[in-house]
Design a protein around this ligand. Structure first.
Ligand code: HEM
Length: 364
């Protein structure tokens, strides 16, 4: 079993270095270098999701709402790259044989984002916040996950996802979602109405640093002996968030960058252990009394403007899993994998322009 400090290719700047603005950038660059070789790892198979929908239809809907922004993700388009490591305490080893869950340190590349297809959208406190992570070096041991700051997901099928996107699309005349479309969504997708009631009970925190990021979909952790245990995971913050300066288009990202300049940010990996009968449907929460295993701590210590070689070009496909973690049959997971591949494929072939969040330009 390796730890990051045993990897000869990592420069000294990435190991236990004091955090300065320069080391923030150097550190992220080092991590970027090891992932850049992995860009082709995610396969691109057929275009169909279920019987009636293609992944291109979903990509087209994103673009019809947010416009075409060449070179950027079709969803969660606005973001910033981060890096650090995950220190596993070994508590999850009885559940999963995954290498990243053995006692030790794994390198991490990540990306904070806001939901939606507009890479230049103004930060607002209510915008959905995302965190994508690639834990461990590329290959069969790497674990990728993309999480949001919601307690449950508002939809449980590709149809529901499309219906929700279309219903929330602003009417060109009023600038607001069409009330008739919203009413139709409520009739056709009562699970979305119920999930939104739960979501309302979890108002967003003040920033990225104090957000809990949840995987929401159900996975199976597979032990050395082959026992499969349903798991939902989340990363819970150790810190409060620095106050965002209102009036800045990037207020949430700016606060994150300023906070990372002053020290590391930490989140605990919490594994919620499912029991027989617990739903796979991501609109449905599990009972609150489920056992929780604290599997280790995520430490982020560098931040970098999106660029070649860092998280900009990574596909945080939730089906890139190490041996020891397996997907459930939740159709949202296979839909995500197919649509992320389409988005990644499209943006990879397009010219790039500078991201809205320029780390060196953050002064307040
Ligand atoms: C059917 C449901 C979903 C669809 C169609 C969808 C679609 C997308 C697309 C097209 C991207 C951009 C991918 C890329 O270019 O690399 C994306 C990114 C992302 N999605 Fe989803 N998504 C879905 C569900 C979810 C769920 C359930 C979560 C969280 C639990 C989530 C969290 C994220 C995050 C955090 C990112 C940004 C990751 C990064 O920084 O690259 N998505 N999504």
């Amino acid at each position: 079993m390796w730890t990051v400090n045993q990897m000869p290719s990592l420069p000294e700047s990435w190991r236990n270095a004091p955090i300065s603005r320069r080391s923030l950038v150097l550190g992220a660059g080092a991590i970027g270098a090891f992932l850049a070789v992995d860009l082709g790892a995610v396969s691109y198979a057929n275009n169909w999701i279920g019987n009636r929908i293609t992944r291109q239809e979903i990509i087209d809907i994103f673009q019809s709402i947010s416009g075409a922004h060449r070179g950027f993700r079709r969803n969660h388009a606005k973001g910033v790259a981060v890096a650090g490591y995950f220190d596993s305490n070994g508590e999850a080893m009885k559940l999963s044989r995954a290498a990243v869950l053995r006692v030790g340190r794994s390198p991490v590349m990540g990306r904070f984002s806001l939901s939606g297809g507009n890479p230049f959208v103004y930060d607002t406190p209510g915008a959905g916040r995302g965190l994508g992570l690639a834990i461990g070096f590329p290959g069969q041991r790497q674990w990728r996950t993309a999480m949001v700051n919601l307690p449950v997901f508002p939809v449980n099928s590709p149809d529901g996802f499309i219906a929700q996107l279309l219903a929330s699309k602003p009417d060109p005349v009023t600038g607001k979602p069409d009330p008739a479309a919203m009413a139709r969504l409520a009739v056709d997708h009562p699970e979305t109405v119920a999930a939104m009631e739960i979501i309302k009970q979890y108002p967003p925190t003040s920033g990225f640093a104090d957000s809990t990021f949840r995987g929401l979909n159900t996975f199976y952790f597979v032990s050395e002996s082959g026992t499969r245990t349903p798991i939902r995971w989340s990363f819970t913050p150790h810190q409060n968030a620095l106050t965002a300066q209102k009036g800045s288009a990037n207020m949430l990202f700016d606060a994150l960058v300023r906070q990372l300049r002053t020290g590391q940010l930490r989140w605990d990996l919490q594994l919620v252990v499912g029991e027989p009968g617990d739903p796979v449907d991501p609109t449905l929460p599990w009972p609150a009394d489920r056992k929780v295993v604290n599997a280790g701590v995520l430490v982020l210590d560098s931040v970098q403007t999106e660029m070649l070689g860092n998280a900009r070009d990574v596909n945080f496909d939730p089906l890139v899993l190490p041996d020891g973690i397996e997907p459930s049959d939740d159709p949202i997971l296979s839909t995500r994998s197919a649509v992320y591949a389409a988005s990644h494929r499209a943006r990879s072939g397009e010219p790039k322009s500078p991201s809205a969040v320029q780390v060196d330009g953050v002064t307040r």
